[in-house]
Each structure stands twice: as structure tokens, then as C-alpha cells.
Ligand binder design. Structure first.
Ligand code: NAP
Length: 244
């Protein structure tokens, strides 16, 4: 199956590291003009060196005003990947206001804000678009210490369905991908102990964690016209965990 995004402009949040970085690179390889948005300047510098021509924007997406300033005039965007997120693990009884606020600001509020900017632009141009929200398996089936993170991703599932309903008439599709553990910086925080990692893998029917490229392929498929009739839905990249 050949996917081409030639002539389209894509914006990826959290593109400095991990899944977002590889998604930005894959979109560029598939012909898109890419705007990579992330928080650490060094990551943006190294990405633009690695991918000459890629546009980069350095902003803390947890800061509404700074995001408005950085992205409010970003221009036409056809494809959006809401990928930036933080993971703070705390037992429910110890969840702090700071962890709650930061997690919801970055993982959920920025999805509202960036999607509004992109969708308004698409509607003004009368152009079709596709949005992928990077959710998680733990939006649907969670674990101890994940109260805050899982809540942000659970809310993202609901938001995805509402956006799909409201934006469908404008030919804008909205879907999620729901990965299991991927051993990025964030994934390593979930399983710092190799014994825990082995126990988690045992519970996954395919007996392994996901690779970054497994997630990237699903994101690209959902962004593309090959998924033209799919909206308000998503792809589990969980090795069958939720089937068991
Ligand atoms: P990662 O390696 O930690 O990368 C996250 C990226 O998001 C980094 O570039 C980070 O920049 C950026 N980011 C975080 N907060 C930001 C902010 N306030 N403003 C701008 N950029 C910000 O994580 P990942 O594993 O690639 O995760 C990508 C997505 O997959 C997330 O939505 C995550 O929830 C989801 N996911 C991950 C896993 C997993 O096991 N890895 C599993 C399921 C779902 P800085 O480093 O500069 O902060």
C-alpha cells in the first residue's frame, strides 16, 4: 500500500523525541511539508539538521498564551498529530495539583487548542483534513499509579469522538492510536525494572512491547486517504492486550 502526502502540510506536536520525532520524519519521507513542534530547543535544532527544510517551532504546549503566539499564525495545515504528552506516575492518594494541572494542560488542553487552530484554518479554506490523537492502551484498560495520565487519555478518547461528530461535516476526520508500552524515554519510566517489563510482556498475546515504527505506521495510515471512511475511531497498537 503506497501512502503519499505530497502537497500537504502536517503539524506534529512533541516532535522532539520518541514517537513524535519519528512520525515527523516519516511524514516528510512520504512527501509532506512538516511543522515539528516541541519544547526543547536542542531537539528542534538537531531535527532541522537531520531533516533540512523541516519547519520547527519551540514552545511549551502547556502554556496557552505561548502556544497561541507560536501557532496562532502557523498557516495552512492539512494533517495534525497531537502527540505531545507527559507521564507522571503517582498513587491515586498522592496525586498532586501540580501533576494534575501539568498533565491535563499538556496532554489534553493543548489538543483542544492546537486542534482548534488547525480545524478553523481547514474550515476557512474549505479543505479536508485528518487529525490523529496519540492516546494509549491505558485510556481503555489501566494500571495502579496511572490515575492522572490515564484520565487525560480517557478524556482524549471522548474528545476524539466529539470532534469527529462536529468536524465530519467539514470533511475533517479525527481518530486515535492506542499503543501499549514503547521503549522511548516515556516508556522506560513505565517499566524501569526488567522484571516488571518481563511480567508485562507475558500478559501481551504477542509477547512484546510495541516498536516506535508500529505506532508511526498506524498514525500514517489514519492520516491518509486509505482511512477515508474512518473517523471517531482508532487503532489499538497493543499486541492484543485488550483482547485478553
Ligand atoms: P517521549 O519520548 O517522552 O516524547 C514526548 C515528546 O513530547 C518530547 O519531545 C517532549 O519534549 C514533548 N513534550 C512533552 N511535553 C511538552 C510540552 N509541554 N510542550 C511541547 N512538547 C512537549 O514520549 P513518547 O513515548 O514518544 O510519547 C509520545 C506519545 O505516545 C504520547 O502522547 C504518549 O502519551 C503516547 N504513548 C506512549 C507510550 C510509551 O510507552 N512510550 C505508550 C502509549 C502512548 P521534551 O522532552 O522537550 O519535554
Amino acid at each position: 500500500m503506497h501512502i503519499s502526502f505530497t502537497g500537504l502540510r502536517a503539524l506534529v506536536t512533541g516532535a522532539g523525541k520518541g514517537i513524535g520525532r519519528e512520525t515527523a520524519k516519516a511524514l516528510r519521507e512520504a512527501g509532506a511539508q512538516v511543522v515539528a513542534v516541541s519544547r526543547t530547543q536542542e531537539d528542534m535544532v538537531s531535527l532541522s539538521k537531520e531533516c533540512p527544510g523541516m519547519e520547527t517551532v519551540c514552545v511549551d504546549l502547556g502554556d496557552w498564551e505561548a502556544t497561541e503566539k507560536a501557532l496562532g499564525g502557523i498557516g495552512p495545515v492539512d494533517l495534525l498529530v497531537n502527540n505531545a504528552a507527559v507521564l507522571v506516575l503517582q498513587p491515586f492518594l498522592e496525586v498532586t495539583k501540580e501533576a494534575f494541572d501539568t498533565s491535563f494542560d499538556v496532554n489534553l488542553r493543548s489538543v483542544f487548542q492546537v486542534s482548534q487552530i488547525v480545524a478553523r484554518g481547514l474550515i476557512e479554506r474549505g479543505a479536508p483534513g485528518s487529525i490523529v490523537n496519540v492516546s494509549s492502551k491505558v485510556a481503555l484498560c489501566t494500571l495502579p499509579n496511572f490515575a492522572t495520565y490515564s484520565s487525560t487519555k480517557g478524556a482524549m478518547e471522548t474528545l476524539t469522538r466529539v470532534m469527529a461528530q462536529e468536524l465530519g461535516v467539514h470533511k475533517i476526520r479525527v481518530n486515535t492510536v492506542n499503543p501499549t508500552v514503547v521503549l522511548t524515554n516515556m516508556g522506560k519510566k513505565v517499566c524501569p525494572d526488567p522484571r516488571d517489563a518481563a511480567a508485562m510482556k507475558k500478559r501481551i498475546p504477542l509477547k512484546k512491547f510495541a516498536e516506535v515504527e508500529d505506532v508511526v505506521h498506524s498514525i500514517l495510515f489514519l492520516l491518509s486517504d486509505k482511512a477515508a471512511m474512518t473517523t471517531g475511531s482508532g487503532i489499538l497498537v497493543d499486541g492484543g492486550y485488550l483482547a485478553s
